[in-house]
Design a binder for this molecule. Structure first.
Ligand code: ZN
Ligand code: ZN
Ligand code: ZN
Length: 344
């Protein structure tokens, strides 16, 4: 086991462990980075900064800006691009290295121009960048899934002030997406229809949970929400992969941009803090042996955006809900617990 000494305590670097019961992967390790957010004099993500992390991709500027949206290497990555996952067993347990990609997606060159006040043309550029990054990372056969999410607000786990979302490419499919994929496959096997298309049809029909219809897109509050004011954005036309939808220009992206902007604006009248996550199809370069959802995936899955507002103070970053995250390993925890002074 890889360990490094630190003041006599052995710390484990970030790694992936599989829960043998739920079959969910978790990311764990002893996080030694500072917990308190650093107060920076100048923003390193603004175009004029000379401290910017390495650029991965960018979209051309609008009205003289050097870029309109930009992907950079995440300064404190949870996943690292080099090497093989080196999956191995240890008795009944499975573990692998946290190989993957972790990028920061800058939504706008302007420091104060968040999605809810940006122009639809700017948001459209950002959506194209997101699609390009997903498509690019799906070419890497090591990665089974590419997640894109945004944490806004201190209780959401926001790390940087500059308008940003994050992207992770992982060697496994995150738990929540896996549930959706299995459910979509099972529903399709029984009915030969997409469950998301059926939800959209019923919601449009019933018209009691629809927030807004704009062109080919709908915003609705799901029947069984996980948090108050949970909102989903979906295309009315069936499509499993967001990136294919965007890059083939099969819908009017300007409508999606406007719907996203308007929906966030609405949510901000209730609370400023939220998690946002894009759910698209997994990397089908991988033919899964244990799950055969790949066969009907283009028909049974339907990309969408979920917004999870934070109305109570107690919450964790969405990433950490999607992929359980523990900043203290069980080895370190048990040591500390054993050392704790307790009465006999
Ligand atoms: Zn900035
Ligand atoms: Zn559908
Ligand atoms: Zn979803």
């Amino acid at each position: 086991m890889l360990t490094l000494g630190c003041g006599g305590v052995f710390l484990t670097p970030m790694e992936l462990r599989k829960d043998p019961i739920t079959r969910s992967w978790v990311i764990t390790g002893d996080d030694v980075t500072e917990q308190a957010p650093r107060v920076e004099a100048a923003c390193r993500f603004c175009p004029e900064s000379n401290m910017s992390p390495q650029q991965i991709a960018s979209m051309p500027g609008i009205d003289g800006t050097p870029w309109s949206a930009r992907a950079v290497v995440h300064p404190n990555p949870l996943y690292r691009i080099e090497g093989e996952p080196a999956r191995r067993g240890e008795g009944i347990y499975d573990r692998m290295r946290s190989v993957g990609a972790h990028e920061l997606l800058l939504e706008n060159p302007r420091h104060d121009r968040h999605v809810w006040i940006a122009s639809d043309a700017e948001i459209e550029q950002f959506l194209i960048l997101v699609a390009q990054r997903i498509q690019d990372l799906k070419r890497d056969a090591r990665f089974k899934y590419v997640s894109v999410f945004k944490n806004y607000g201190a209780n959401a786990g926001q790390e940087f002030e500059h308008p940003n979302a994050e992207l992770t490419a992982t060697t496994f499919v995150p738990r929540r997406v896996l549930y959706e994929l299995r459910a979509g496959r099972d529903y399709f096997a029984a009915k030969e229809r997409c469950v998301f298309c059926d939800i959209i049809a019923q919601e449009i029909n019933q018209n009691v949970r629809m927030l807004e219809v704009r062109g080919d897109f709908v915003a609705l509050c799901p029947y069984a929400p996980r948090v108050p004011y949970e909102t989903w954005l979906l295309p009315r036309t069936h499509e499993a992969a967001f990136e294919r939808f965007v890059l083939s220009r099969s819908g009017n992206l300007r409508d999606l941009a406007a719907l996203l902007r308007r929906t966030l604006h609405r949510i901000r009248t209730v609370t400023e803090e939220f998690h946002l996550v894009l759910h698209t199809s997994p990397n089908t370069l991988h033919q899964s042996d244990s799950l055969n959802y790949w066969k009907t995936i283009d028909e049974d899955y339907h990309w969408h955006i979920e917004i999870l507002p934070i109305v109570s103070a107690k919450a964790k970053s969405y990433t950490f809900k999607e992929v359980y995250y523990s900043p203290v390993t069980s080895e370190t925890a048990v040591k500390r617990l054993r050392e704790a002074k307790v009465e006999a």
